[in-house]
Design a protein around this ligand. Sequence first.
Ligand SMILES: Cc1cc2nc3c(=O)[nH]c(=O)nc-3n(C[C@H](O)[C@H](O)[C@H](O)COP(=O)(O)OP(=O)(O)OC[C@H]3O[C@@H](n4cnc5c(N)ncnc54)[C@H](O)[C@@H]3O)c2cc1C
Length: 245
Amino acid sequence: VYSEAEAYNATYRIIKVIERINEQNLNAHISLKLTQIGLDINSEICKQNLMHILAKANEAHIFINIDMEDYGHIQSSWQIIDDCEQVFNNFGTVIQASLLRAKKDQREHKHFRLRIVKGAYKENEKVAYQTSKEIDINYLELCKSHLQEGKFTSIATHDYELITKLIRYIERNGNSKSNFEFQMLYGFRTNLQQQLAQQGYQVCVYMPYGKDWYGYFMRRLAERPQNINLIIKQSLSKFWLKGRL
Ligand SMILES: Cc1cc2nc3c(=O)[nH]c(=O)nc-3n(C[C@H](O)[C@H](O)[C@H](O)COP(=O)(O)OP(=O)(O)OC[C@H]3O[C@@H](n4cnc5c(N)ncnc54)[C@H](O)[C@@H]3O)c2cc1C
């Protein structure tokens, strides 16, 4: 989003979703990206739009999650998040385990509700781990450390091995199930989502919404080319359904 009007329009649409969640009394919250509401135009516009969203969400008792984007946006995102924290506390954000700065950011924001992810953006070796082994080790350490803090932790991964290790850790430590959740993307590993929910864990599904789907779609394809199968299967079943209706 590169114009003020587009950023304002995105803000308006997010507020409409807040209103609908409230009206329908849904167990749902909203994730947004700061570039969606003006970060690439200027920080002040972005902050004003975010404040507006947080105020509406606060009235409706709805939680907002601020997604983390590529490294070039990280510092300005933290600045806005820290400024908004002076006024609101109904929001949380994301720590990307692939980043060398992840532990420092987590330590400085240990009082936040945090979602821990591996990181969706390809970054260079000056700022990010380059091997999956290093990222996985960091991922586990970040989750354990945030769980230990007792602040709500969203464990956002489809990686069965990491999930299994964390469940073992949680069981050993007696962390309350109300203090963390698993998060996965809509349509990914649905069986695992259901299995975890049946075991009594909270599972939150991240569902992309809106017309500007292309960037999101390409990121999902880049990290796992097999995801094309998912898209084809879903498009075919929609096409098939339409034909039958
Ligand atoms: C809820 C949520 C929110 C996110 N928010 C952010 C964010 O704000 N910022 C950001 O940078 N990134 C975000 N991400 C993306 C994240 O950083 C990763 O890029 C993405 O989750 C893929 O990593 P993974 O942890 O699933 O592990 P991967 O290493 O990609 O996958 C681990 C294993 O999971 C299995 N797997 C993965 N997908 C499938 C599938 N479709 N079917 C079957 N098996 C599969 C495979 O066995 C694979 O080896 C988010 C992810 C989620 C789930």
